[in-house]
Design a protein. Sequence first.
Length: 327
Amino acid sequence: MAYIGRDISNLSDRAVLDNITASATATYNLLLNSVAYVPSSAESLTVSLNGVIQKPQSSYTVSGSTIVFDSALTSSDSIDFILAERAITLTTVGSGSVGTSQLADTAVTTAKIADANVTTAKISDNAVTNAKINDDLISGATELTSEPADTDEFLVSDAGTLKRIDYSLIKASGGGGAFESALLHVQDQKSSGTNGGADVSGYQTRDLNTVVTNEITGASLSSNQITLPSGTFYIQASAPAYASGRTRLRLRNVSDSSNAVIGVNGEVSGTTAVTPRYFVTGRFTISSSKAFTIEQYVGTSTHSSLGHATGDGLTEIYTDVHIWKVA
C-alpha cells in the first residue's frame, strides 16, 4: 500500500518559543531557550495574542529573529504563546560510513544477500566443514566399511573429463576380481573306497553331485547338470582316467547341443596302475541361462576307467569343476 501523509521531505517538529511580555511597541525579539531564534518564515510561526490566533503576513511579519505586529501593543495585551515549526533535515548516509559497529548482531539476514553474491574470496580457508556438505557430495567424510554395492559410483578421469562409473563395471578387473568372489565349485564326491564309476566307449557324462561353493547368482547343480546365468565365465575342470585309451574332457552346452570348451587330448593304456587327471580350461560366454555337463571321451572301455578309489578313509573326489563369472 502506498504511503498516505505528508511528503517526508517536508517533515518538521514544533517548539514553544520563550515567553514575551507585551509593552508599548510592535517589535519583539524571538528567543528559544534564551537564544535568538530565526524562523524560516512568518508562516512557520503560530502566534496567539489575547487568545486569538494571528494571521501571518497580515497581523504580524518576521524579520530575522524579530516579530513585528501590525500595530504597537500595550502592557495590557497578552502574547499567549508563539509556536515555531522547525524543518527536519534528512541526512543521506555517506558511502563507506557504515561500519560493523553500526550493525547489530544477526542484523544481516539471508534475505538481504542477493543471489550469487557470495564469492570464494568471502570464504575463509577451512571455513566450509563436513557438517555443511550434503551427503550426496563426494567429500570422504563418511567411511565405507564393507564392499561397495554394484550401483555405488566412483569418479574417474577420462582424458581429463571427470566421469562416474558403477562399481559393477570395475570390480572384476585387476587383482583377481571375479576370481575372488564369483565362484561356482562343484565336485563328484563318493564315500571312501568307492571307484569313480563304470565307463562305456565314447563320450559320457561325468557325475557331479556336490556344491562346494556357489557365489554366482542364478547358478545351480542338479542331476549332473550345471545351470549358469547369462554372462562370461572361465572354467577349470579335471577328472581322472584309468586304462581308457585315448581320452579328453569337454564342457558340453546341453541346452544348445554344442561344445562350450574342449579340453586337451591324452591317452592312458594298458594295465599300469596310473590314473592321471585330464583338464578342460577356457573362457566362454552365454546370452541367456544354459545347462552344462562335463563329458569324458573313453577310447577303450575297461568298465573302471573313471577313477580308482584311494581307500584312505577320506571322501573320494573324482570330477572337480571351478567356474568363475568374470563379466
